[in-house]
Design a protein around this ligand. Structure first.
Ligand SMILES: Cc1cc2nc3c(=O)[nH]c(=O)nc-3n(C[C@H](O)[C@H](O)[C@H](O)COP(=O)(O)OP(=O)(O)OC[C@H]3O[C@@H](n4cnc5c(N)ncnc54)[C@H](O)[C@@H]3O)c2cc1C
Length: 476
């Protein structure tokens, strides 16, 4: 009997319950990462789930994990395959048990259920959450809104299980198992998708994948640069290095445990004093937590167009706009909607795999409430490109803005012009991503947002694909 530690979104060795449980089971350990072949298949819009920046980030995470495991005496096996098929195949010749995280999404649950049906024992652990699944502070019904979730969690004093320090000692390694011929190479698949994507060395911020880089950045963000000290006042900015924590990708891939992050913030508060800024970073981690448990509760409903049906909203296209859907979608994918603020955000996403929260909210609002497209197209676009893609946070936030999730107000439209005027006061953000705007004043850039029906304007920049409401002109 061997124990396969099946890593998914927990690519670290510190504060790692999977390794701790595997060590306690006593059998030789085989660490495994399977790049799910479903991720490499095109979805309804014809693209897969691994955009270039995301593929590069995952590649770095896996290299870092392999190096860390090596120091524990373990060799990481990787494969491009269906995880359930691979593990079942191995189990036929080598009896195995599996230690893995709780499923994030229904398709992961199906894999775990398939393994159990094959007679494989699967030990599921909480690796991604602040709360523990055996001690949730609500009874039958999952809270309908974030505040109804947050209050009881905060009353309990935050995460019940403190982060445990340090990695396990050297572990008992199993020999690696031969890959079946139908399994592919992860390095190859990620390399193809990464293509010639490179980080822009001129870019103001760039986070590498992996536990080491993430730990280093957390220390720097909190204890060296003290950026947390202005978090609440700057978190809505669009451009710069420390306006928000940039921990999302490390948390999404599990390079850092969220409990470790939480306790590091508490440590900061003890050393330097807590205030509304440090509290607000923990507050935002509770949003992540909320969407995670909502996803667990609502399962496949999260992926339906009419969503969770908590507040009974349905979305549809505006009358007469169906014919334009394909042209709107093409403009979105090419980052050429003709609205400078929207295009700047789309370009940042494509170039870096990251986007500020403000940018995400505006893109989602624009796609749903201005273009009238199916919100799930936007969610899939984000899933492909975001280096921090997290199924619960992404789909939960999109559903929220579309009005089919947890927003009691039934969805949010953000005026792209008012938002831009307010959050990009010197137009630095738009000019950075659309250098063609460099010769224009802020007022002139604003006017471009209303040039619907005109010929391409300033240096061939396209005219807007839609006409914004007149009220969007009132920016001050
Ligand atoms: C349409 C849309 C899609 C999104 N998709 C994702 C996604 O795929 N993955 C993801 O991690 N976040 C997603 N978010 C949430 C949020 O935008 C990002 O977590 C945040 O911008 C990441 O930057 P940061 O780490 O600097 O965040 P900070 O502002 O520093 O926040 C700290 C952490 O709190 C969590 N957090 C903050 N805001 C939210 C939120 N609204 N919902 C859930 N968690 C939050 C994240 O883990 C984040 O790293 C999405 C938001 C929207 C509006």
């Amino acid at each position: 009997m061997i124990t396969v530690v099946w890593f998914r979104h927990d690519l670290r060795v510190q504060d790692q319950p999977l390794l701790q449980r595997a060590a306690a089971l006593g059998a030789p350990i085989l660490p495994l990462y399977v790049l799910n072949e479903r991720w490499t298949r095109p979805g309804p819009e014809g693209f897969d789930r691994l955009g270039p920046a995301k593929a590069a980030f995952l590649q770095e995470c896996l290299e870092d994990l392999a190096a860390s495991l090596d120091t524990l005496g373990l060799t990481l096996s990787t494969a491009l395959a269906s995880p359930a098929a691979l593990l079942s195949h191995w189990h036929q010749s080598t009896p195995l048990q599996v230690v893995t995280a709780q499923a994030d999404a229904p398709e992961e649950q199906q894999d775990i259920d398939t393994l159990r049906a094959e007679g494989i024992t699967v030990h599921e652990m909480d690796t991604r959450t602040l709360l523990s699944s055996c001690a949730l502070p609500w009874d039958d019904a999952f809270p309908a809104t974030f505040s109804r979730f947050r209050k009881p969690v905060e009353r309990r004093g935050g995460p019940p299980v403190p982060a445990t320090e340090g990695a396990s000692p050297r572990l008992n390694a199993a020999d690696s198992l031969p890959l079946p011929e139908w399994a592919g190479s992860v390095v190859g698949a990620l390399g193809v998708r990464r293509g010639d994507w490179q980080r822009d060395p001129q870019h103001y911020f760039s986070l590498h994948g992996g536990e080491q880089a993430a730990c280093h950045w957390l220390q720097q963000y909190l204890f060296e640069d003290h950026h947390i000290g202005h978090y609440k006042t700057t978190r809505n900015q669009l451009i710069g290095t420390g306006y928000s924590s940039r921990l999302s990708a490390a948390l999404a891939w599990g390079c850092l445990s969220v409990r470790y992050v939480w306790h590091s913030i508490l440590e900061y508060e003890q050393k330097f004093g807590g205030d509304q800024n440090s509290y607000w970073l923990r507050f935002e981690l509770l949003w992540r937590e909320f969407f995670y448990w909502s996803q667990r509760e609502h399962g496949a409903h999260v992926f339906r167009r009419d969503g969770l049906k908590i507040f009974h909203k349905t979305t549809s296209m505006k009358p007469g706009e169906e014919d334009n859907a394909s042209c709107y979608w093409q403009a979105w994918c090419a980052a050429e909607t003709g609205l400078p603020f929207i295009d700047a955000n789309l370009k940042e996403l494509l170039a870096t795999g990251y986007l500020s929260n403000r940018g995400r909210q505006n893109l989602a609002s624009f796609l749903v409430h201005d273009l009238g497209l199916d919100w799930r197209q936007g969610a899939r676009w984000f899933e492909r490109h975001l280096v921090d893609h997290d199924v619960a946070s992404n789909w939960g936030n999109w559903a929220y803005i579309a009005g089919v999730g947890h927003d009691a107000q039934g969805g949010r439209r953000f005026s792209p012009t008012r938002q831009w005027w307010r959050h990009d006061p010197d137009a630095d953000f738009v000019r950075y991503w659309l250098p063609v705007m460099n010769g224009l004043s802020r007022q002139q850039i604003l006017q471009l947002h209303f040039a619907f029906g005109d010929e391409p304007g300033w240096q061939g920049y396209p005219a807007p694909v839609i006409s914004l409401p007149e009220s969007d002109r009132e920016v001050t």
